[in-house]
Design a protein around this ligand. Structure first.
Ligand SMILES: [Zn+2]
Ligand SMILES: [Zn+2]
Length: 600
């Protein structure tokens, strides 16, 4: 099992949630108590076990333990069963205050606890908790007794280095989850299973959508024909929408000289995210980490009048940013990605209208892709540029635009960038998980650095307002998220193959190809499965590939110029004339319906 890092957790204590959020506090207290319940049971099975740390974590708990041998799935079953006995026994958690020397004596044969105890300042309060036969160094708090540790399940065992240091002993980390009620536990386990079933890396492989190749390099996505088709359709849709909404499309190079990144400040503030430069005729060039400077140079190429504004430049701009290899994750966290990036240059009077138009655009996308969403208004962080007055006005403009669009939002206090506030919209997917969605950012910095201006009605130069916006974010992350949202079953308009034609015997292949030609002439994406498999196997194969429609063709269908239509859900729509089927699919595609069948 791969070792996991423990750098995210607090090293000194094993319980660090503060009682500000009452519900989170109670959950963490219950889960941490459940970790003690587990430890008690492990100790019975392995009297030599040495316990390190066992905190509550999101949705559960773990305990890192030094054990004489590797744990098996059977061990977890046995530990769980003992936990149930101790839970039923309602053993009381007893708290005791001890001095540092006392603590060192009690835990003297456990090097991990000794190390933790030595980390305490002299005179600091050290506490132990005991339930049943198990005594632990612990700051608590705990529930009253073991009957209050909730409905639990042990989930997995992973290797974990003591203190996350690969030069120190490798311990075994047992993960568990616990919930106030059995129903909540069942619901959580179900959601977990669903998330695994929908994992975009797994579906990406099964549906042949994309891959990451070690020889190309980690974090760099290869889009296979079917994945590329999905992306192409999304891009085409977005480009048309942008043109209809008054955007201008632009293209900018993938590399740019250091001059521009000095002016933009990226070399100063963003360098650790940029790749090493390449030297071209003694000038350093960088892979672009952002598209903004290129768009600004296009804006500045001529003198702009207030009559020209707003100017909305949009590009599917590919950028490269450094991410540590340990953080890379399928399509969601990558080193090269394409943003649907746009920069809107406008007068101060136009800001609210422009912001509302972008929010309207985002709402439209949420509807088309079938996402719910939550909006966050991110305000001034501690380290930031610009006066109080400028920030207040921009935050107020963002707020007004949200109001204009009738949206409710949450405040993300201090979550803005140093150069301006923003609206973050999170997509909420089919499992209720939040994904990074549209970002709408007001920028006080780059217009100053690049002297971005326009000539006003008064004939004077004025500072233009600059809004950065992405709707989908990165194509990689967006499509990765969509794969999980749809569990691979893309709506008909996006499905790489929309229709699988299944002739029952070789006698129907000619007619099948004729139907294929008819459908393809309508721009539909079709394949004919003329393999010598049984019909049921071909249907199963098309279902596995999540192809929305299956057209089964036997002798009778040929005679009647018909097709027997099945949906990937298994629903049987019966025989239809070819033309009726075409009409139905065209209506589904045109409406971008999420379902392969329009509502009655
Ligand atoms: Zn504890
Ligand atoms: Zn930008």
């Amino acid at each position: 099992m791969p070792p996991t890092s423990v750098d995210e957790e607090n090293q000194q204590m094993d319980f660090a949630i503060q009682p500000e959020d009452q519900h989170a506090y109670e959950l963490a207290r219950m889960r941490h108590s459940c970790a003690h319940l587990m430890a008690e049971s492990v100790l019975e099975l392995f009297p030599d076990a040495k316990f390190a740390i066992g905190p509550a974590i999101e949705n559960g708990f773990y305990y890192d333990i030094d054990l004489p041998r590797g744990l098996t799935p059977d061990d977890l079953v046995e530990i769980e069963s003992r936990m149930r006995n101790h839970q039923a026994a309602a053993e009381v958690f007893e708290r005791n205050v001890v001095s540092k020397p006392e603590a060192l004596e009690i835990f003297g044969d456990n090097p991990y606890k000794v190390e933790l105890i030595q980390g305490f300042a002299d005179g600091e309060t050290i506490t132990t908790y005991q339930q049943g036969s198990f005594l632990d160094l612990c700051r608590g708090p705990h529930v009253d007794d073991t009957s209050k540790t909730g409905a639990f399940k042990l989930q997995s065992v992973a290797g974990a280095y003591w203190r996350g240091d690969e030069n120190r002993p490798m311990l075994q980390r047992i993960y568990g989850t616990s919930w106030p009620t059995q129903a909540e536990l069942d619901d959580y386990l179900h959601r977990l299973e669903e998330a695994q079933r929908r994992d975009h890396r797994r579906l990406g492989r099964e549906l042949d959508l994309f891959s990451v190749n070690e020889e190309i390099g980690p974090g760099l996505i290869l889009w296979h024909p079917k994945g590329a088709m999905i992306r192409f359709l999304i891009e085409q849709f977005e480009q048309h929408e942008q043109l209809a909404r008054g955007y201008d499309l632009v293209y900018t190079p993938h590399i740019a000289s250091e001059k521009i990144y000095k002016t933009s400040g990226h070399l100063e503030t963003y360098r650790e995210n940029m790749y090493s430069p390449m030297s071209i005729e003694e000038v350093d060039y960088y892979l672009k980490p952002m598209n903004c400077p290129g768009h600004i140079m296009i804006y500045k190429n001529t003198v702009r009048s207030y009559r020209d504004l707003p100017i909305r430049l949009a590009e599917l701009g590919t950028v490269y940013r450094y991410e540590r290899s340990g953080t890379l994750h399928g399509m969601l966290r990558v080193r090269g990605f394409t943003q649907d990036d746009s920069h809107i240059f406008c007068t101060p009077d136009q800001v609210i209208e422009e912001l509302s138009a972008v929010i309207d655009f985002a709402q439209h996308f949420a509807k088309v892709f079938g996402y719910e969403f939550t909006a966050y208004l991110a305000t001034r962080p501690e380290k930031s540029i610009g006066s109080e007055e400028v920030w207040d006005r921009a935050v107020d403009q963002l707020r007004q635009s949200l109001e204009q669009r009738g949206l409710s939002w949450k405040i993300d206090e201090g979550g803005g960038a140093f150069y301006g506030p923003k609206i973050d919209i999170k997509w909420v997917d089919a499992l209720g998980r939040e994904w990074t969605g549209p970002t709408i950012q007001v920028d006080f910095n780059l217009p100053e650095r690049f002297d971005v201006n326009y000539i006003g009605e008064d004939g004077e130069r004025h500072r233009a307002v600059m809004i950065h916006r992405t709707l989908l974010g990165s194509m990689e992350r967006f499509v990765g998220g969509l794969i999980e949202h749809y569990a691979g079953a893309f709506p008909v308009w996006l499905a790489p193959v929309q229709i699988a034609i299944i002739p029952i015997t070789d006698d129907q292949i000619a007619f099948a190809n004729q139907v294929k030609a008819t459908l393809e002439a309508k721009g539909l994406r079709v394949n004919v499965n003329d393999a010598r498999d049984r019909m049921q196997a071909k249907i199963r194969d098309a279902q596995m590939q999540k192809i929305p429609y299956m057209l089964v063709i036997g002798k009778r269908e040929v005679e009647q110029n018909a097709v027997a239509v099945r949906l990937r859900s298994g629903e049987d729509l019966g025989a239809m004339q070819v033309q009726d089927f075409v009409d139905m699919v065209e209506a589904v595609v045109a409406s971008k319906s999420l379902e392969p069948k329009l509502g009655e």
